[in-house]
Ligand binder design. Sequence first.
Ligand code: C5P
Length: 404
Amino acid sequence: MGIIVLKNKTIVLGISGSIAAYKICDLVRKLVKLRAKVICVMTSSAKQFVTPVTLQTISGNPVMEDIFEETTGGQVNHIFLAQIADLILIAPATANIIGKLAGGLADDLLSSVVLAARVPILICPSMNKNMYENEIVQGNIKKLKEKRFIFAGPETGFLACGTKGEGRLLEIDKIADKVVEILKEGKIKKKDFLGIKFLVTAGPTREYLDPVRFISNPSTGRMGYALAREAQERGAEVILISGPTHLPFPEEVKVVSIKSALEMEKEVKKYFPGVDVFIGAAAVSDWCADKKAKNKIRKSERMMLPLVKTPDILAGLGNKKGNKILVGFAAETGHLQRNAKNKLIKKNLDFIVANKVKESFGKQTNKITIIDREDNIETYPFLDKKKVAFFIINKILSFFPLKR
Ligand code: C5P
């Protein structure tokens, strides 16, 4: 396991009153060694087993116990903790805290943080075998598992009460591994876009000349689909207006399929008033046939095609921007930054993602430069489009300061 694997991650570690609480000092040491910021929240009975001073010293952060105590510079403790956490870990978790969470109670700091949080919650139970097997406890665990709670352990072995059975706290190393798995593999992402609505365009458009021929481009739709998926996984409500692609629709995203630029414009205009963020990732054809032939055009040696400009969908939105965040793409063959900057201004965008046609079209990876209105320029190396989407969505997050 890499030493800085949890760098920039904040873990709120809830400790409830089980004898296994004494083992938690070791867990805190491990997580700190992996560079996580660990903030311990103790229930009042946890303090019978381990002292706040010990945990404070090992974690390097104040231990929080009281919902009303003034410790976070004027902020409400449980809301503050719920907002800064990337993960809430409860270890050891007693039957009592599990019961409270299953019942939606919030009568102390730890249970209140859990109710206010929108991040993954990992629970490591520890209790006597009979208590663990109790139907009510099992019912509570089942209920929590059906929500967004993740359980790890308990293990079978010798218990503090002198019996043997299922109820031992999962081994500390295994708890640390589970934390890394959840936070690093990104299976469960921080829901930092809850309540935000996105409209994303993706893929090419097809401009039919006659019933069988069309003008298009090699866009695969991958970038736009990755953006839609990333925003959805982070809690946003997402509508994706997609040109023809071979990609599976992202889960829990409303997809509207279109073919031509005009159809795309119609759908964008329909959904735009209700959203907070618009991302134009589609490679919209700039021209279409002046008049689409009803019947197949007969073959000839030479052929003149009268084309007309399609509407610039993104530029059209720039005029009605208001408080909405507008993001565009600039696929260029030369003068990348200069052309992208011009488009940023002309289309009234918040920022533009510039990429070279050769390095993006039809590819699994992309190499992007993000340019914003303050002239901040961020360049990235070649990355998988999923990772590129992560950085673009992070940039959008910077426009919602309260959600950071
Ligand atoms: O001007 P250019 O086509 O390079 O601008 C690219 C950006 O504008 C992309 O975000 C693209 O989705 C959007 N666009 C559009 N409608 C068009 C052409 C481009 O929305 N007709």
